[in-house]
Design a protein around this ligand. Structure first.
Ligand code: SAM
Length: 240
């Protein structure tokens, strides 16, 4: 009897970059395709070899790793793209979530595109998409601004610039500034603006605060400020 044909989408092609999403907390969110590609590429380019080495080991996978992070991105992108041009298959991952989304990746993808090399996404977890999808805030359009810079004047300028924006605003925020940011939103956009602050999504201490900015700020300050946060701000006329 003939063996069933292998699913070609689970087998890496030579000379290809795979942009592979990894879980943002819950390891069960690693997709079957991600697992197959990560277990079979010639090389895995990752932010932190210990983090990705740990993830691969959890799934019984063992592939050579190469560092690709904020501090070596420019040189590493050229080095890795040259390997792909020479016929190697490479998976790009970040510490968590989708590479190139507020994470290193863009330069390597661009280096491949400039050389005409194939780049294939292996989609999966992404904090901003997860939070938008379950927030109840409008999702017909949104502006994802990543992390705002820490300077208060820049953050105030952002909130003022987008005060009347017609779509939902989506941001990543660090645990060191989330309380201050919630306060700034109340101050600049008013306590009735509808916002969502989601913490530790897919993890043990997952917490959702959705409602008027003044109430969300008060509830936030009563809970733990540890962990990872996504902030959404609804358009001014939106009522939950
Ligand atoms: N590339 C990642 C992605 O696809 O979401 C984002 C990486 S960025 C360096 C890390 C930020 O994403 C965190 O500071 C937080 O704002 C957000 N984030 C990541 N995981 C999260 C989670 N489980 N819950 C809430 N926010 C999360």
């Amino acid at each position: 009897m003939n063996e069933p044909a292998a699913n070609p989408s689970l087998i890496p092609s030579p000379g290809t970059l795979y942009v592979v999403a990894t879980p943002i907390g819950n390891l069960a969110d690693l997709t079957e395709r991600a697992r197959a590609i990560l277990g079979a590429v010639d090389l895995v380019a990752c932010e932190d070899t210990r983090t990705t080495g740990g993830l691969l080991t959890r799934f019984g996978l063992h592939r050579p790793l190469v560092s690709y992070h904020d501090h070596n991105e420019t040189e590493a992108a050229e080095f890795i793209a040259a390997k792909i041009a020479a016929g190697q298959s490479v998976a790009l991952v970040s510490d968590a979530g989708t590479p190139a989304i507020s994470d290193p990746g863009f330069r390597l993808v661009r280096a491949c595109r400039r050389r005409g090399l194939p780049v294939i996404p292996i989609p999966g977890a992404c904090a901003v998409a997860a939070v938008l999808s379950a927030s109840g805030l409008p999702t017909n359009g949104f502006l994802f601004a990543g992390f705002l810079i820490a300077k208060t004047s820049a953050r105030t300028a952002f909130l003022e610039k987008y005060r009347d924006f017609e779509f939902t605003l989506a941001l990543y925020e660090s645990c060191h500034r989330i309380d201050k940011f919630a306060e700034e939103i109340v101050e600049k956009l008013g306590p009735d603006r509808v916002i969502c602050i989601a913490r530790e999504v897919t993890k043990l201490h997952e917490t959702w605060l959705v409602g008027r900015a003044g109430d969300v700020r008060d509830r936030l300050l009563k809970g733990s400020l540890k962990g990872e946060f996504v902030v959404l701000i609804a358009p001014a006329d939106f009522i939950l």
